[in-house]
Structure formats: structure tokens, C-alpha cells
Design a binder for this molecule. Structure first.
Ligand code: PHE
Length: 341
């Protein structure tokens, strides 16, 4: 009985303990073998009963030994294979990237204009003064040419043959397009632009524009208005209010800026609309005849309109983003909100 109890309470957690267990109870030199040997000393008539008793004990010890051996083997192979897999736990999510909100907006803008027959054109970000300013009728002393707005790469005043700069708008592509192709022209030109401005919630030194250009016979201001009305309603919804404000650009005449009702604060006042309830989304106008002539297009035969809009601004209005810096910080908590769009 005592031995049963001993076997039952014997701790076998390690290989060493298993060996101790074997030596004590299972081996030929163990206590049970010893007891079998002492059977001889027992009177004949009791031997059978005691023998059976000992056999029971021996089998009990053997069973224990086998199950401990198996358990320790299983533990060893499990730890070699790493921690056990808990199939009831949710799996680690497989994170896929999302489109950047500015790419989503650019794509939407392109689709809307494609439906009106515009194709997509591209141009360089590093430009000469001629394509960024000169051909667009900027006078030599125009403030936009000065250092506070433009990042110059090479300056005439510092010995370079011409001024080379980072384009300050996508209007350079208008010029390159009109030089290359003859009307009819119907293109939009998305791209990156650069201005030497302090970074804030509303401004950045790097941002994106989409330029539009339509040149053909008999293109009028009405076509410009129709096109931009359609765009705004498609982009922001039928209830969006639009206003055209007379404006000035050296390369268009007449010129207008396009405002829409602020979709962030809905007229309550916010930093994006500077509390006015209106946000400017684009500059536009009829291409100045001199610009057509600069590109070898006869202004007596052809007319055209052009517009340029900021992709950041449109994205902010569309998705209620109040700070433009979020677009370049790459915070996944921001970017993930555009998943699936
Ligand atoms: N290029 C102008 C800007 O960046 C926008 C514009 C484009 C205005 C085309 C009129 C026509 O402000």
C-alpha cells in the first residue's frame, strides 16, 4: 500500500526524475524486483496471494512509467515545434496597402473629365522659365517669378543661360501640348507642383494640380462654365453651390476663380474656408490669344479655355480633411480611413 502511494505521488517532470522512477520501481535492481526475490522467504501457502499482489504493483509501476515516458516525449517534440497553435484565436490580419487619398481624387477627376472627352497629358516638373512663365505671358517683373514663390534650380542672374525651376503650376503642360499638337485639343494634365511657401494646415511647398485645356473653333466662356459645372456636380453632388468670381491670370482673358460652398463646415465656418463658407477650388479663363500665338496656334481661327485646380483642396472638401499636412505625413491611422474607396 505504501509503495502504491509512493508511486502515485512520485513527481516526474524531467528526464532525470523519470530515470529515478525507473531505477526505483521498474529496473531489475529496483524495489519491486527485490520484493519478488523475498517471496522465497514467505510460507508456501501465502506465496500465491502475495505474488499476485506484487504483480499488481509491478504492472501499476510499469503503466505509470510508460505514460510518463510518453508525456515527456510529447512535451519535448511540442517545444521543438514552437508554441502550440491556439486555433480559437482570431488570426493576425493580413494588412494590404490602400490607395493614397490624393491618388483616389486624381483618379476620380480623370474619370469625370474622360466622360467629357478629355484625355490625360503629362509634362516635366523641372522646367525652364519660358514654359512656366514666359509663354504664359508673365511679364519679366511679375512677382510670381521672384524667389518667395519659385524654387529656382539655376538662375540667369547667377551665370546660367536661362532660369531653370521647379514648376509652380501645371500650366507649363498647356504650352508643351499646344506646341506639339494642333487643335482640337481636349486634355487634362495632373501633376506635382512646387511653391516656396511656409507649411501650414492650408499650404504646402509641394502639392498637386490638375490642369485642363480645351482648344477648338468656337470655344466660348459658356463651354468653360458648362464643363466646370458638370465637374463640380459630379465630384461633390448635385446640391453643391458654385460661384464664378472675376479674377486675373496673365495667360487667360477673361479669367475667373471658381468657388464652391464649403462642404467641411457646411457654412458654419472653419479653417479651410477661412470662416467664409466658400472655398476656391480652381482658377480658369479663356486662353489669352497671345498664348495661342506663342505656341503657333492662330488665335483668329481658334479659341480655348483653361483651368487649374488643386487636388489637395478637392480631397479635403470631398473627405472632410481639415489639415493638408496629413497628406504627406503617411500616418497609417489616416491613410487606412480611405480603404476600399
Ligand atoms: N495656373 C493657375 C494657378 O496655379 C491656375 C489656372 C490654370 C488659371 C489655368 C487659369 C487657367 O493658380
Amino acid at each position: 500500500k505504501e509503495l502504491y502511494r509512493e508511486i502515485e505521488h512520485y513527481t516526474v517532470d524531467t528526464k532525470d526524475q523519470l530515470e529515478q522512477f525507473r531505477l526505483r520501481f521498474v529496473s531489475r535492481k529496483g524495489i519491486i524486483t527485490e520484493l519478488f526475490e523475498s517471496l522465497k522467504a514467505i510460507p508456501q501457502e501465502d506465496r500465491r496471494a502475495v505474488g499476485q499482489e506484487l504483480n499488481g504493483l509491478k504492472n501499476f509501476a510499469l503503466e505509470r512509467f510508460q505514460s510518463y515516458t510518453q508525456l515527456l516525449e510529447e512535451q519535448a517534440s511540442a517545444s521543438a515545434a514552437g508554441p502550440a497553435v491556439d486555433l480559437t484565436l482570431p488570426s493576425t490580419p493580413n494588412l494590404t496597402g490602400t490607395q493614397h487619398p490624393l491618388s483616389i481624387t486624381r483618379q476620380r477627376i480623370i474619370r469625370i473629365f474622360e466622360r467629357m472627352g478629355f484625355n490625360v497629358a503629362d509634362g516635366p516638373e523641372i522646367e525652364t522659365d519660358w514654359y512656366n512663365f514666359g509663354a504664359l505671358n508673365f511679364p519679366d517683373n511679375h512677382p510670381a517669378r521672384e524667389m518667395q514663390d519659385t524654387f529656382f534650380i539655376e538662375k540667369k542672374s547667377e551665370g546660367s543661360e536661362i532660369d531653370i525651376l521647379l514648376r509652380t503650376h501645371t500650366s507649363n503642360v498647356q504650352i508643351r501640348l499646344m506646341e506639339r499638337q494642333k487643335p482640337p485639343l481636349r486634355s487634362i494634365m495632373p501633376g506635382r507642383v512646387y511653391r516656396n511657401e511656409a507649411i501650414s494646415a492650408r499650404a504646402h511647398c509641394l502639392f498637386h494640380q490638375v490642369e485642363g485645356l480645351y482648344v477648338d473653333r468656337n470655344v466660348g466662356f459658356k463651354d468653360l462654365k458648362d464643363t466646370l459645372y458638370y465637374f463640380v456636380k459630379e465630384m461633390f453632388g448635385k446640391d453643391t453651390k458654385i460661384r464664378f468670381r472675376p479674377s486675373y491670370f496673365p495667360f487667360t482673358e477673361p479669367s475667373a476663380e471658381i468657388d464652391i460652398s464649403c462642404l467641411i463646415c457646411k457654412g458654419e465656418g472653419c479653417n479651410v474656408c477661412k470662416q467664409t463658407g466658400w472655398v476656391e477650388i480652381a482658377g480658369s479663363g479663356m486662353v489669352d490669344p497671345q498664348v495661342l500665338a506663342n505656341c503657333g496656334i492662330d488665335p483668329d481661327e481658334f479659341t480655348g479655355f483653361a483651368f487649374g485646380m488643386g487636388i489637395e483642396r478637392i480631397t479635403m472638401l470631398k473627405y472632410q480633411v481639415r489639415d493638408l499636412r496629413l497628406f504627406t505625413e503617411n500616418d497609417v491611422r489616416f491613410l487606412r480611413q480611405f480603404e476600399g474607396l
